[in-house]
Design a protein around this ligand. Structure first.
Ligand code: KG4
Ligand code: ZN
Length: 344
């Protein structure tokens, strides 16, 4: 079936056209068109995403991006399913996508079903977009999935493609948020994650002994939980006390501290649940250091390491179309309205 998906939960206006087949046992996806209009330049002067600016930009960009898809298709777009991210995310931003989807349904695709999609399910299923995927050839479940983005840090046990249990999440800042805030403290532009990665490449990760929050917490309530706000504050205090510090060393040490915690908790879950795979997704999954370390750790434990192709780590609508396909097969429904706090 052909799916048109819309994603506007944060600062990317994204539309995608995807051909999906294979059902729940062997889902397969072919990307026909993947468009992402980034607002980075608009938000950069503010050092982060400004919700009302995001809303304004989405409203401006949605028809432009939709026209690009129409022009690419030449004749009238034929689809079987229309999907839009309903949450989680910034409510004013989500609202624009939802309203645009309703307009499309009313005026252009009156006979096509419109479904709401969960942004986190999009990240979770993005491993299915890899050209060479282990699934369904190899037994991959149970799997431990780590979702790391600007808004979330979640560890899940997946027992099948449609059954999972959340093991833990962050108690304060998401890891992507910590990267962005640490970058700001270091005087780097928004978004900070890729900037920290670049700077860290020339630094010594052992230079500064930053804390690894909750890494030794083995309590039932804490063993799969995270906390990154203290780590960011440590960067602030360190630079205040050592204004002449080598920033590359600070970036590399910060990155290692954050990644150490992510790896340690993921490995703990793999051992406890005898998992066969590790899945990594979300914007921070674009971080080469994290990917390499988690791949290494997975190899060492003898489990599969599943990660989306580079284009599908940060926000995009292809992953939303994939999540919508699976959700539609399950007949799972989300209300078609902006739901900023929607969870997994
Ligand atoms: O999934 P995403 O695009 O949006 C949300 O759902 O939040 O994730 C964005 C986050 C930002 O915090 C950004 O700094 C981070 O992903 N990020 C990175 C890298 N690329 C993006 N963090 C570390 N290293 C990267 N290379
Ligand atoms: Zn995201």
């Amino acid at each position: 079936m052909r799916i048109l998906a819309i994603e506007t939960s944060c600062d990317e206006t994204a539309l995608a056209l995807l051909e999906a087949s294979g059902g729940l046992r062997a889902p397969k996806f072919k990307v026909i068109k993947n468009l992402v209009s980034s607002q980075i330049e608009v938000h950069r002067p503010w050092g982060g995403v400004v919700p009302n600016l995001a809303k304004r930009e989405h409203i401006k960009n949605l028809p432009i991006v939709f026209n690009q898809i129409s022009e690419f298709q030449k004749s009238k777009i034929k689809i079987d399913l229309l999907a839009v991210t309903v949450g989680p995310g910034l409510e004013p931003a989500l609202w624009t996508g939802v309203e645009f989807a309703k307009e499309l349904k009313k005026n252009i695709f009156p006979k096509v079903p419109l479904i709401g999609a969960n942004h986190l399910e999009g990240h979770l299923y993005s491993f299915l977009l890899a050209k060479k995927t282990e699934f369904p050839k190899t037994k991959i479940f149970p799997a431990i999935a780590l979702i790391v983005s600007g808004g979330h840090t979640i560890l899940l046990r997946m027992d099948s493609l449609i059954k999972w249990k959340k093991l833990g999440e962050t108690r304060d800042d998401a890891v992507g948020e910590a990267f962005d805030k640490a970058a700001r403290i270091l005087g780097l532009p928004y978004p900070g994650g890729p900037e920290i990665q670049k700077l860290a490449a020339n630094g010594n990760p052992e230079a500064v002994a930053f804390p690894r929050p909750m890494i030794y917490d083995n309590s039932p309530t804490g063993k799969y939980e995270f906390s990154f706000s203290g780590l960011k504050t440590s960067v602030l205090y360190y630079l205040r006390d050592n204004p002449k510090a080598d920033k590359a060393n600070v970036a590399a040490s910060f990155q290692k501290a954050a990644v150490d915690v992510l790896i340690s908790k993921t490995a703990r879950a793999v051992r406890e649940f005898k998992a066969k795979s590790v899945m990594l997704s979300g914007g921070v999954a674009a971080n080469a250091y994290l990917r390499d370390r988690l791949r290494e750790a997975s190899d060492k434990m003898g489990v599969n390491f599943l990660v989306p192709p580079m284009d599908f780590n940060t926000d995009n609508a292809v992953m939303i179309a994939a999540a919508a396909y699976i959700q539609n097969l399950r007949k799972k429904k989300y209300a078609i309205r902006a739901q900023g706090n929607l969870n997994l």
